[in-house]
Design a protein around this ligand. Structure first.
Ligand code: MG
Length: 372
């Protein structure tokens, strides 16, 4: 008896996935900086009607969130995952190789479960279908055929019973087949080309382009000023620059890293550097500012964001920034785990006007672009 009203999503990620190429099983290959399985997990976990997500993996695989250990075949892996759920009203079973999961498809599947114990997303077959051997054979009528995708949605009790009744000696293509064999009806809803499976080399590049189209891009800026004084070291963009003065502040006063950190935090509306590292906290006295930037970047990553580009402008009369441009670029890239080509370092004077022109301080501004 179902005592639970919960909807659980089960992601199958225990396969070897060799057809997509590469040394890593395809569900762990990176798409926009994240493993395929993590894209699927975040999409399902983020759906308002899904209460719990369990990823079925091989022993020793490191994935985020709740996991169950898979079996020798896809069918056995799903069975293990279903047994691990315990109790639920509905379950969505999804392949990790389909990283983009439009919320509208999940909505349609769950609505269809009100009238049927199973529901699958399908797409029409657009290409001509024909038998193919040594030479082209007969055309197959495609009007009566459909491409079946995942996630597939089921009444939990029905799919669990159907899996338990399936003969151990036989394999199944998908879970809808297993439910139908048990005598249940499987409804169809409109699928989505975004759900297409990553199968062959080249599919990943296509998914990357599709993902780019579905991603939000956020841009934020940061600005900072520190006073130049005698007797301090000059840290600029994570690089120690020989100069007769240095920047003064509570931390190492790296005005460039502070501006970038504020811009990074801005992309997720997470306040500013002072919110996270208050100057009143003695822990940050003389602190190396690279740790502030790394922390801000980790907050972005935790929200599924990927930093795309950093554009930094340093505003001062002296020292001359030009010779330090490449070392600063490389240091910022290293701190963020980005390529140097994703970091732009610019410098300007203010024509001897204002506090920067008089050499009383250095200002920096940064613009950061993040995809999520
Ligand atoms: Mg500062």
């Amino acid at each position: 008896m179902v005592t639970d009203t919960h909807t659980v999503a089960l992601i199958v990620a225990a396969g070897k996935g060799e057809r997509a190429g590469g040394d890593v099983p395809k569900q762990f290959q990176l798409l926009g900086g994240l493993p395929l399985v993590e894209h699927a997990r975040r999409a399902l976990a983020g759906h308002p009607r899904i209460d719990r997500v369990i990823t079925v993996v091989s022993e020793g695989a490191a994935v985020a969130g709740e996991t169950a250990i898979g079996g020798a075949t896809r069918r056995e892996s799903v069975r293990n995952g279903l047994e691990a759920i315990g109790d639920a009203a509905r379950v969505l079973i999804h392949d990790a190789a389909r990283p983009i999961v439009p919320a509208a498809v999940v909505d349609r599947l769950l609505a269809a479960l009100d009238d049927a114990p199973g529901a699958v997303p399908v797409l029409p077959v657009a290409d001509t279908l024909a038998a193919n051997g040594e030479a082209l054979g007969d055309i197959v009528d495609r009007s009566s055929l459909a491409r079946v995708q995942t996630p597939q949605a089921f009444a939990f009790a029905a799919i669990l019973a159907a899996h338990r009744a399936w003969p151990a000696s036989e394999e199944a293509t998908d879970d809808a087949q297993i439910l139908r064999r048990a005598g249940y009806r499987v409804a169809t809803v409109a699928g989505d080309p975004l759900l297409d499976k990553i199968t062959y080399p080249g599919d990943l590049a296509l998914a990357e382009a599709r993902l780019g189209a579905t991603m939000r891009v956020r841009t934020a800026m940061g600005f900072d000023v520190h006073r130049l004084v005698a007797g301090e070291q000059l840290w600029l963009g994570g690089v120690l620059i020989p100069h007769d003065k240095g920047l003064s502040g509570h931390s190492d006063a790296d005005v460039a890293l502070h501006a970038i950190t504020d811009a990074v935090l801005g992309t997720i509306a997470a306040g500013d550097i002072g919110t996270h590292f208050p100057p009143s906290d003695p822990r940050w006295r003389g602190a190396e500012s690279g740790q502030f930037l790394r922390h801000a970047a980790s907050l972005v990553a935790a929200q599924g964001g990927v930093i795309d580009f950093v554009d930094l402008t340093i505003i001062c009369e002296a020292p001359k920034v030009g010779p330090w441009r490449a070392p600063i670029r490389d240091r910022v890239a290293a701190l963020l785990g980005l390529a140097p080509t994703q970091i732009s370092v610019k410098a300007t004077t203010t024509e001897r006007l204002g506090f920067t022109g008089r050499g009383e301080g250095i200002a920096a501004q940064a613009v950061v672009t993040v995809r999520a």
